[in-house]
Write a protein that binds this ligand. Structure first.
Ligand code: ARG
Ligand code: GLU
Length: 671
């Protein structure tokens, strides 16, 4: 363990990375600081991450476990994306108070809206705990023994750690496929109130049409406020709570950015798989993604059709539709990117070289054959698993009926529209039935279908008769069948694959070192805080096309079309544009809206602060360009770009369109 650690550390310093690839651990950012400073960063490693003093990490939160947010005032004001606050904005919306459509602005603290299911987590510190976690493990033990030791040790460490303070939570997770283990300790706040959101026509401008694409004109931001007890410590919601006073908050740089400027994204990317071997990439691109895309197309077509018919249904399914569509579109881009980069071929070639190098090393010899053997064994079952999850478990009523004990029925029905769900049932169950080999189907499934006569009649029996029992049986019987017949096998093969990856990871690092390679191995994202840095930069997505890196209000107006839902610019913006009355936010007669940069980001980086060389906020990350979505698997410096809201657009909107000057007064804005 120690040896690998040393190896990784030795590999970092001074190594000029060709591309801006990489998501670095804040606690080890000192190893990259020279490179960062050579590219325009003016602060120190301690300014970014420090255990003894306050540092920029103290101004960043994991927002409800899936996004990132950052503090922008010393009174707990937080900015994140509109799409990160979306389900909360929707939760407070009704046909009478449609905050999704019209936006929402609390003009006083009293008007800020509490959210029962929302939390934010500040990282207190992170630490390598590999030795403690593996205490009692000896080489030669089985994976089961190893896992059980890890679990016992981790539980103990976590228990001790969280007992030390109010609202503490800790997580221990592997890095480099279990070559290293870290602990992340968080302080969690649960009283987080909605402060402001622009209309969806701004915050989601371009909708799913523009999602994952550049040029982009989405004002993707929303504002929340963290509340704490009188002692400034975490406290459950109470009207007595007071705005949280953070250790650190971001100052805002409103003087603007230009192509070439240094940028740094500090947030919580969810999951990347940069070190997969060719088989796995092949499966993802050629089998799994196409099937999942097809299943989601079926669902989306039905939702879209019904949402267009009825404004109430449009609100009910707004958030659901967006989340189904988001991965659906990303998978399509990812697949194209993997092909364009020739990833499978390249990985195969690399694996050949690795195998040659490994031939005389017992630890690594034969790894590739083992991978191939194991992956082949689970290929069919993985698809059955995908279908269980994407074709059966997503049917709303079926899932609800099976999990009723843990579900709030009122909440479920608030956003439920039976005609959509019934049609989705028919489409997905037919697809499942036609695609999955009979031998993998649960006896219940086959018997019931035969008894009913058709999927359509089965749907009638569940939906027209509102038979919770029938719906529940489908969920329970198919999942139980899968879990008892196939899951143990799948799990055991996957455990063996993980073990291979642990060896392969270690082997790749040694291979690189011994053959004089210059590759740097950053750990895959795992929903923990990371730093990515790069610069503002345009790109060429295809022959004869070049995209410049900064968009403006001009582009919003060019897309304006009252007849297309996604492009129906709100009147406040049309008015501001007509008079070009942008006040102090005017930049050469317009207002910037979004920009792209070369930072390596992933899902979960939404809402992340994008900062300049001085550590001031210049943007809020919200997306990646479509041509670069394969960066979770393979990074192409030519086209991989993150997309950020230009903070100046948020300031402009809050001031000129929302009239919420009091919020700007809380911020520290540098111009
Ligand atoms: N693609 C962005 C992300 O992955 C934005 C998603 C929300 N927007 C949408 N139109 N669905 O989170
Ligand atoms: N929109 C993504 C999110 O919600 C960030 C974009 C990405 O995947 O890079 O986290």
């Amino acid at each position: 363990m120690k040896k690998l650690l040393l190896l990784i550390i030795l590999l970092f310093p001074g190594l000029a990375l060709v591309a801006d690839e990489g998501m670095w651990l804040p606690s080890q950012i000192a190893q990259r600081i020279n490179d960062m400073q050579s590219k325009g960063f003016k602060l120190s490693a301690e300014d970014l991450y420090s255990i003894n003093n306050s540092s920029l990490k103290d101004a960043i939160v994991h927002f409800n476990g899936g996004c990132t947010g950052e503090l922008i005032s010393n009174e707990g004001l937080l900015i994140t994306n509109h799409h990160c606050g979306y389900s909360k904005i929707q939760y407070h919306s009704s046909v009478e108070h449609d905050y999704l459509k019209d936006g929402f602005w609390a003009m006083t603290r009293e008007q800020e809206l509490a959210n029962p299911d929302l939390y934010v987590a500040f990282l207190e510190y992170m630490e390598d705990v590999t030795d403690e976690v593996l205490k009692g493990y000896a080489p030669g033990m089985s994976e089961e023994e190893r896992n059980s030791i890890i679990r016992t040790n981790s539980d103990k460490i976590i228990k001790e750690t969280v007992s030390k303070g109010k609202g503490l939570k800790a997580k221990i997770a592997p890095l480099y496929y279990g070559n290293q283990y870290f602990i992340w300790v968080y302080k969690v706040f649960t009283d987080v109130r909605l402060v402001g959101a622009p209309p969806s026509a701004v915050g989601k401008f371009g909708g799913d049409t523009d999602n994952w694409m550049w040029p982009r004109h989405t004002g993707d931001f929303s504002l929340f406020r963290i509340y704490a007890g009188k002692d400034n410590e975490p406290a459950d919601y109470s009207p007595e709570n007071v705005p949280y006073r953070p250790k650190k908050f971001f100052k805002i740089n409103a003087s603007g950015i230009q192509e070439g400027d240094f940028t740094l994204v500090y947030g919580f990317p969810g999951r990347t798989n940069e070190y997969l071997m060719s088989h796995a990439v092949d499966y993802t691109a050629n089998v799994s993604n196409p099937h999942k895309i097809k299943l989601r197309t079926l669902r989306l077509d039905i939702m879209n059709r019904e949402q267009e018919k009825d404004p109430a249904v449009r609100i009910q399914y707004a958030s659901k539709n967006a989340s189904v569509s988001n991965s659906w579109k990303k998978w399509q881009g990812e697949r194209k990117g993997i092909y364009k980069m020739n990833t499978i071929e390249n990985k195969r070639n690399y694996e050949k070289e690795f195998a040659q190098w490994a031939a005389d090393k017992p630890e690594y010899n034969g790894l590739m054959e083992e991978f191939a053997r194991l992956y082949t064994q689970i290929e069919e079952l993985s698809l059955v698993n995908d279908y269980q999850k994407e074709a059966i478990n997503v049917i709303e009523y079926v899932k609800y009926a099976a999990n009723k004990a843990q579900t709030d029925s009122a909440l479920f029905y608030k956003d439920y529209y039976k005609p959509i769900d019934k049609d989705i049932f028919i489409a997905l169950i037919n697809e499942y039935n036609n695609t999955i080999d009979d031998k993998y189907k649960a006896p219940y499934f086959k018997d019931k279908l035969a008894e009913m006569g058709s999927v359509e009649k089965w749907a009638d029996a569940i939906y027209d008769a509102e038979s919770e029992e029938l719906a529940k049986e489908l969920y329970v019987e198919t999942n139980n069948h899968f879990n008892s017949e196939y899951k143990p096998f799948l799990d055991s093969i996957n455990a063996q694959i993980t073990l291979l990856y642990r060896k392969y990871m270690k082997g790749q690092i040694e291979f690189n070192e011994q053959t004089g390679g210059d590759r740097v191995f950053y750990p895959d994202a795992n929903s923990t805080l990371r730093i990515a840095y790069g610069s503002v930069k345009g790109y060429s997505p295809s022959d004869a096309v070049y995209f410049t890196p900064i968009s403006s209000i001009e582009g919003i107006m060019q897309k304006d079309n009252p007849n297309i839902y996604d492009y129906d610019v709100p009147q406040v913006l049309r008015d501001a544009y007509a008079t070009k009355n942008y006040g102090k936010w005017d930049v050469n007669g317009t207002v910037p809206v979004a920009f792209i940069a070369t930072n390596h980001t992933s899902g979960g980086n939404s809402g992340s602060p994008v900062i300049d060389g001085n550590g001031n906020l210049i943007g809020v990350n919200f997306d990646r360009v479509w041509e670069g979505t394969m960066s979770d698997v393979v990074f192409d410096p030519e086209v991989c770009r993150n997309i950020a809201l230009d903070i100046r657009f948020a300031l402009f909107f809050i001031d000129r369109c929302a009239g919420a000057q009091h919020l700007l007064d809380e911020m520290v804005i540098i111009r």
